[in-house]
Design a protein around this ligand. Structure first.
Ligand SMILES: C[S@@+](CC[C@H](N)C(=O)[O-])C[C@H]1O[C@@H](n2cnc3c(N)ncnc32)[C@H](O)[C@@H]1O
Length: 323
C-alpha cells in the first residue's frame, strides 16, 4: 500500500514537472484538481480502504486544501488548479483518510449547527445526532427567561456553545475530565465570542465528587450530557475512525453503557432546581432502561418525561425533570 502511494506520488510529481496544463503558468507550477485526483486514483484508494461516500470525503479535503467553502467548490472541480504546495497537502490528507483518520481531524475544524468549532485529535468529534439532540433542548428552552446550564463532559464545547449561540438568556458551566478538551472548549468559546457566558472546569465527575469545589453549592435549571455510553462489548463493532482515533474515555460506558449516566442522575438530584430538566443523549436501547431506573431508584426525586428518536428512528434522547 505504502509503495503504491509513493509510486503514485512520484508519478504526479513527475507529471507536475513535465506538463503545462494550459494554465498559462510555466510548466510544473499548477495541476488541475481533476487530473491530480485521477493520477492518484484517490477515489479507488479510499473505497479500497473502506471509506464510505468517497466523493464527499474528497470534496471536503479539496475544499480545505483550496481554503474554500465546501458549497463554493463545484462537484466537477471545473477550472480548479493546485499549486505544488496544495498538491502535496492534498496527497498527505488523502493518505491520512485512507488510513481512516476522521475528516474532522484532518481538516481541524467542523461545523456544528450554526457554529464552526476547532477540533483536536484527542477530543471527541461532535456528531450529527448531537445536533438533533441540541435542537430539541434549545426548542424546550427558547421561551425561558434565564437558564443556568451545566454540561457534563463538554468535549469540544459543541453542545453548550451551540446553546449559548442560539439563546442569549443562557449562561453555561461545563465540566470535562480531559485537559485537552477543556482547553479546546475554552478556545472555541473565545473564538465564537461566547467566553463571557461560558466557563469550563477540568474535573472528573465521581461519586461524592460530582462537581469541583468552587461549584459544590451551585444549582442549575438545566443539565445536559452526551456521556460515554458505548457498552464495552460493543467496541469490537465500531469503525476504525472511532476505535483508532477517538479517546476511549469519551466512549466507554461500561458493561451496560450507563456507568457515567448513573453518576449524572445522582448529580442531577443534588444540583438541579425543582422543575429543572436533565437531557441526555444515550444509546438506542437506553431510554426504556432509564425510565425503569427513574421509577425504581429516583422516585420522588427525578421523573422520566419522555424519550425521543433520532433521524434513524432510534430512541436515543431522554428528558428527565427534577421533582
Ligand atoms: C461522548 S463525549 C461528548 C463530548 C461533547 N459533549 C459532544 O457531544 O461532542 C463524552 C465526554 O465526556 C467526558 N467525560 C467522560 N467521563 C467524564 C467524567 N466522569 N467527568 C467529566 N467528563 C467526562 C469525555 O472526556 C468526553 O469529552
Amino acid at each position: 500500500m505504502l509503495r503504491q502511494l509513493t509510486r503514485s506520488k512520484g508519478l504526479t510529481s513527475r507529471l507536475l514537472r513535465q506538463v503545462n496544463y494550459g494554465t498559462g503558468a510555466p510548466a510544473g507550477t499548477h495541476i488541475p484538481v481533476t487530473k491530480a485526483l485521477e493520477i492518484g486514483q484517490w477515489e479507488e484508494k479510499l473505497k479500497a480502504a473502506g471509506v464510505e461516500d468517497t466523493k464527499f470525503n474528497v470534496k471536503c479535503i479539496v475544499s480545505h486544501v483550496l481554503k474554500q467553502k465546501f458549497s463554493a467548490v463545484p462537484d466537477s472541480y471545473d477550472q480548479l488548479q493546485l499549486n505544488p504546495g496544495q498538491l502535496a497537502d492534498l496527497e498527505r490528507f488523502l493518505e491520512a483518510r485512507c488510513a481512516r483518520m476522521p475528516l474532522q481531524h484532518i481538516i481541524g475544524e467542523w461545523d456544528f449547527m450554526d457554529i464552526t468549532l476547532k477540533t483536536s485529535p484527542s477530543v471527541f468529534i461532535p456528531r450529527p445526532e448531537t445536533e438533533e439532540f441540541m435542537r430539541l433542548v434549545i426548542d424546550d428552552h427558547k421561551n425561558a427567561k434565564h437558564v443556568d446550564l451545566l454540561e457534563v463532559g463538554c468535549g469540544s464545547g459543541a453542545m453548550s456553545l451551540s446553546m449559548l449561540h442560539s439563546l442569549p438568556q443562557v449562561v453555561a458551566t461545563a465540566i470535562e475530565r480531559s485537559k485537552a478538551a477543556t482547553v479546546l472548549a475554552a478556545e472555541n468559546a473565545k473564538m465564537l465570542g461566547l467566553l463571557n457566558r461560558f466557563e469550563v472546569h477540568n474535573h472528573t465527575m465521581e461519586e461524592d465528587k460530582y462537581l469541583p469545589e468552587v461549584l459544590k453549592d451551585k444549582k442549575y435549571d438545566l443539565i445536559i450530557s452526551n456521556p460515554p455510553y458505548v457498552k464495552t462489548e460493543e467496541f469490537q463493532f465500531l469503525h476504525p475512525e472511532v476505535v483508532v482515533y477517538e479517546n476511549l474515555n469519551a466512549l466507554d460506558g461500561g458493561s451496560d453503557g450507563l456507568r457515567v449516566a448513573r453518576l449524572v442522575f445522582d448529580l442531577a438530584c443534588r444540583h438541579l432546581r425543582p422543575g429543572g430538566k436533565l437531557w441526555l443523549e444515550l444509546g438506542n436501547d437506553h431510554p426504556p432502561m432509564v425510565k425503569t431506573i427513574m421509577n425504581l431508584k429516583y422516585e420522588g426525586r427525578l421523573k422520566f418525561i419522555a424519550g425521543y428518536s433520532d433521524q434513524y428512528k432510534r430512541e436515543r434522547f431522554v428528558q428527565i425533570e427534577k421533582v
